[in-house]
Design a protein around this ligand. Structure first.
Ligand SMILES: [Zn+2]
Length: 590
């Protein structure tokens, strides 16, 4: 393919559905209804002594329903993403969402039965479930912590106006906050997300004012917000530890992610030990900004960036070349996204402003959306989203139930593709300013994704224990400040208001311990990349194999097959060694 083949265009959704109305579309709806009715009719065959062949048939219906609903749901979502103001798209999406919710409710009985089944018959049926074993095992993962039906009902009933209601109240209070700052002589009243744009402002006084205003507002409500957190944490302990017998508060999340407890402990410990690495980077950044010491306000300060623009055909070529250098299998998959016209990269009004890859079915090339503006970060986004598409195409041999990778592995190919791109760009770049930009942008992101998120979880672990011991919110704030001091050392000047940062983090309220998934995903890729640097060519088939598993095995099994021990601190340290090399080069450039 010549460069001319890679043009900024919009995508075609024709492979997904032949039509959104008319006889062909009606036929799809009729097929779906027949499959759902068929599954419903087989309800009375569900018993512990169901035959293997009957079970196989039911599983085939479940797959067929999943496949048709994925097509319909994805069409609604992608059509809308391409034009968020299109009334037909909105109406279609709404209609599909309603239909799919109904189907979910009608077919729920199958998974409920499966979760409830005794271990003996389940083991017998798992032996004949082929590719769907891990999917089926995952459904049963919580069985040892499941209570009796009446107890589960009571918990659900009480949560609606209990812990879930507390989360809603937290969201209501914090989303009603408005922030007032003076910018360019004008007093602005902003929402939190509008305010946060200015933490990247080039003017130091603006960055400081923005943080001070944010915490002024949060601190005004800190008593109530802290109290809500205490109640949520105590509820978590009474339900998860006392009733469900989890060994620790974080063990619940680890089981959701299917990552063993010791692996998460090791990950967090290695992150803690590497805080000093980023402190070195912050000292460097202070120098670039002409400061003796970086303030916490300056973490996201922009560097005087090179303003090079990259035309789209060139971006496509460099991304594909970087993949091809590693393995032609990867670039071949990425090319399919272009060749099948599944890439929507142009900027146009009313289009979704984000970036994503939608992997709908194993037999379909994924769809990729982004808004290409020609900046370096846009080239990285192209590599990232094409990486997701590659991951899906590598796993195309699996059933729809085993095809999507699980959360801890979901960013493997996307971030790895970004690493390959970065290497390629650095290879051909002699301008020190551009090299600095490329490396600093990567280290900035690695700080935000790996260290910052890990320290959130380190605080949560501490906070859950302290609250059990009767710690007050003021004391928690004291512990939070100590957590920040461990994170930043002497390299960053902390102002006192940051002790209340924890009441501003929605994740610790609505999904406790979730944040380490970000650290896990990013550091896993860096560690894999380190193995590639060390092993060279022999690493390539291992990596392809990891991707080809899709979601058909647990993260531990997939990595184990590739000879990787997630429980080993040395493996995770390898990820930080990649960053250490980058910081070393940045120090040399300075
Ligand atoms: Zn991603």
């Amino acid at each position: 393919m010549s460069d001319d083949s890679y043009q900024l265009t919009h995508w075609s959704l024709a492979d997904l559905l032949p039509a959104t109305k008319g006889p062909e579309f009606d036929q799809i709806l009729a097929d779906l209804e027949a499959a759902v009715a068929g599954l419903e009719a087989s309800r009375d065959r569900l018993s512990p002594d169901i035959t293997e062949s009957d079970f196989g048939q039911l599983l085939a219906s479940v797959e067929q329903i999943a496949s048709l609903t994925s097509r319909l749901g994805a069409y609604g979502y992608l059509w809308y993403a391409g034009d968020t103001q299109d009334q037909d798209a909105l109406a279609f999406r709404g209609r599909m969402e309603k239909l799919l919710t109904e189907i979910q409710n009608r077919t729920l009985f199958f998974t409920l039965w499966w979760k409830d089944l005794d271990d003996g018959p389940a083991a017998r049926l798992l032996r004949v479930s082929g590719d769907n074993v891990y999917y089926l095992e995952s459904l049963r993962r919580f069985k040892p912590h499941t209570l009796s039906e009446p107890e589960e009902k009571i918990i659900n009933l009480k949560d609606v106006n209990g812990s879930s209601a507390l989360v809603t109240v937290y969201e209501m209070i914090t989303s009603a906050f408005t922030f007032k700052v003076e910018i360019d002589g004008e007093l602005k009243e902003l929402t939190r997300s509008e305010l946060m744009v200015y933490v990247r402002d080039p003017r130091p006084e603006v960055r400081a004012a923005v943080y001070q205003e944010m915490y002024r507002v949060f601190i005004e409500q800190s008593t109530v917000l802290g109290q809500i957190y205490q109640h949520l944490v105590r509820d978590w302990a009474s339900e998860q530890l006392t009733l469900r017998k989890f060994a620790s508060p974080i063990a619940v999340r680890n089981l959701v992610n299917d990552v063993p407890d010791p692996v998460v402990d090791t990950l967090l410990e290695v992150c803690r030990e590497n805080a000093a690495l980023f402190q070195r980077y912050f000292q460097l950044k202070a120098g670039w900004l002409g400061l003796d010491r970086l303030r916490r306000y300056d973490i996201y300060a922009p560097l005087s960036a090179s303003d090079r623009r990259i035309p789209f055909p060139e971006a496509a070529r460099v991304v594909l070349d970087s993949l091809n250098d590693f393995s032609p299998t990867l670039s071949g998959h990425a090319r399919r996204v272009f060749a099948d016209d599944h890439l929507d990269a142009e900027v146009r009004p009313r289009k979704d402003t984000g970036a994503f890859c939608s992997s709908v079915l194993p037999e379909l090339t994924p769809w990729v959306l982004l808004n290409y503006n020609g900046q370096l970060s846009d080239v990285a986004t192209l590599a990232h989203e094409l990486g997701h598409a590659i991951h899906a195409l590598m796993a195309a041999g699996h059933s729809i139930l085993a095809y999507h990778s699980s959360l801890p592995m979901a960013e493997t190919a996307s971030v790895f593709s970004e690493m390959l791109l970065l290497d390629r760009l650095l290879e051909g770049e002699s301008d020190p300013a551009v090299r600095r930009d490329l490396l600093a942008r990567f280290v900035d992101d690695a700080y935000a994704t790996v260290i910052r998120q890990a320290f959130f979880v380190l605080f949560e672990r501490e906070a859950h224990a302290l609250i059990e011991e009767g710690c007050t919110s003021d004391e928690l704030a004291e512990h939070y400040l100590a957590n920040l001091e461990a994170q930043f050392g002497d390299a960053v000047e902390l102002s006192d208001e940051f002790r209340w940062e924890w009441v501003s983090i929605p994740h610790i309220y609505h999904t406790p311990f979730y944040c380490y998934a970000y650290s896990f995903g990013q550091l896993l890729v860096l560690a894999l990349y380190r193995q590639f640097q060390v092993e060279g060519e022999t690493f390539v088939p291992k990596y392809l194999k990891i991707l080809a598993y899709g979601g058909s095995r647990s993260p531990a099994e997939i990595l184990d097959e590739a000879g990787i021990d997630m429980a080993s601190p040395a493996f995770w340290q390898g990820g930080f060694d990649v960053i250490a090399d980058m910081i070393g080069e940045l120090e040399a450039l300075a």
